[in-house]
Ligand binder design. Structure first.
Ligand code: ADP
Ligand code: 5GP
Length: 211
């Protein structure tokens, strides 16, 4: 008897460390499945279609939405981003947990959907705004203009922190990763997420009776 897979939503202002932390979490547990979003933004150096994102034109994106293929979608920094539904439903049925790197709008939509009870949402805060800006620059993948636009949006993203089940401050990467592992381990151990327990305890009772 397998449990339904969890939907682990990570949100943060851009540059706080979601991508780095999701990669580490997936190295720790290779059964985790990353939800590859579709986006209309241009690929960054090193990004591959189908790995970081499905890079699509605005027309293709609109068609996916119209066909009901998106679990959620939103406009972020002037581009469209959305989560294809099919792979998520499949992972849930297989009892595999899916990791989402999506913004607060996507988090709200999934939490408020029929899948809401399978959601574990985590907000990642930077230790300071100065450090957030340093990280965005240090990533060296965006132009000054893009960095300024992302910084300008950070305050609005951070304002949604209290909508999340868990909040962590990403000061030290190892410490933040350890916190994420702890959250995942605890959420998997919740009684309602272990459907085999009744049968297991019945077995223990039979063992008592046989003594
Ligand atoms: P996001 O996905 O939230 O936009 P990234 O994971 O791309 O953020 O991280 C932005 C930059 O900050 C990257 O260069 C990453 O290596 C760096 N970074 C992430 N977490 C930390 C940390 N705890 N300490 C120092 N640098 C970090
Ligand atoms: P980036 O362009 O830096 O990869 O992502 C920009 C923002 O879009 C991040 O906050 C990221 O979490 C968010 N994002 C990425 N994919 C999705 C998605 O499928 N849906 C929503 N709502 N947001 C997304």
């Amino acid at each position: 008897m397998t449990r339904r897979g969890l939907l682990i939503i990570l949100s943060s202002p851009s540059g706080a460390g979601k991508t780095t932390l999701s990669r580490r979490l997936m190295e720790w547990d290779p059964t985790l499945k990353f939800s590859v979003s579709a986006t209309t933004r241009a690929p960054r150096p090193g990004e591959a279609d189908g790995r970081e994102y499905y890079f699509r034109s605005r027309e293709q994106f609109a068609q996916m939405v119209a066909a009901g293929e998106m679990l959620e979608h939103a406009e972020v920094f002037g581009n469209f981003y959305g989560t294809p539904k099919g792979p998520v439903v499949q992972a849930m049925d297989e009892g595999r947990d899916t990791l989402f790197d999506i913004d607060w709008q996507g988090g709200q939509q999934i939490r408020n959907s029929v899948l809401g009870r399978d959601v574990v949402s985590i907000f990642i805060l930077p230790p300071s705004i100065a450090e957030l800006e340093r990280r965005l620059r240090g990533r060296a993948q965006d132009s000054e203009e893009v960095i300024a636009a992302r910084m300008a949006k950070s305050e609005a993203e951070i304002s949604h922190w209290a909508e999340y089940d868990y909040v962590l401050v990403n000061r030290d990467l190892d410490a933040a990763e350890a916190e994420l592992r702890t959250i995942l381990t605890a959420e998997r151990a919740r009684r309602e997420r272990q459907p085999w327990l009744s049968e297991f305890v019945r077995g223990l009772n039979r063992e008592f009776e046989a003594r």
